[in-house]
Design a protein around this ligand. Sequence first.
Ligand SMILES: *Cc1c(COP(=O)(O)O)cnc(C)c1O
Length: 224
Amino acid sequence: MLKENYEEVQKKITEACKRAGRNPKEVTLIAVSKTKPVPMLEEAYEAGARDFGENKVQEIMDKYDQLPSDIQWHMIGHLQRNKVKYIAGKVALIHSVDSLRLAKTISEEAVKHNCEIPILIEVNVAGEESKFGVSVEEIAKLPAIHVEGLMTIAPYVEDPEENRPVFRKLKELSVDIAAKNINNVRMAILSMGMTGDYEVAVEEGATLVRVGTGVFGERDYSKR
Ligand SMILES: *Cc1c(COP(=O)(O)O)cnc(C)c1O
């Protein structure tokens, strides 16, 4: 069943790309596996998934050791600075950089671990406050990290169309930032869209969609 889900989501991504005149190769499906047990991730892996998204450091660490090494792990949840050290060198991309302080810590840990860490700046597009809690210029100066793009978590809505302006805004922001030609900043990645709205996100330019429920089914938090 998981295989069918995974293939269904891939198919819908391809169709959304066609509607928008995009190449489906530009879009990567991240299977958001938070709370799901290792055998389910193995099933997704068998179905072809190589990008997995998690929102807890401990969960990434546990699963990292039990699953094949060609998996790209994505940290998509709020990241505490004192836990960055555990995932440095393990994650392919940190999506949730929302402060200069956090970026500094990631940079320091990357230097210590002798690795480079690609990051996305998380933007609260829907909030009425300033679009950016952080200065991209400041973050870009830090050693051993690379700003690859933007990420947003759109609000929960009944009708995915309601989030189209949110996705459009994130795309506009990334185009604006790209035009500034800031050293060490690329705007190649747009991480947006979840189970309820990823098709709209793809139509608006998402390059990474983060789909949990649509691939693995509902999450059960009652046992935790
Ligand atoms: C859980 C989560 C997702 C996936 O949510 P679904 O609605 O299950 O697809 C995507 N992005 C983030 C940041 C998440 O925490």
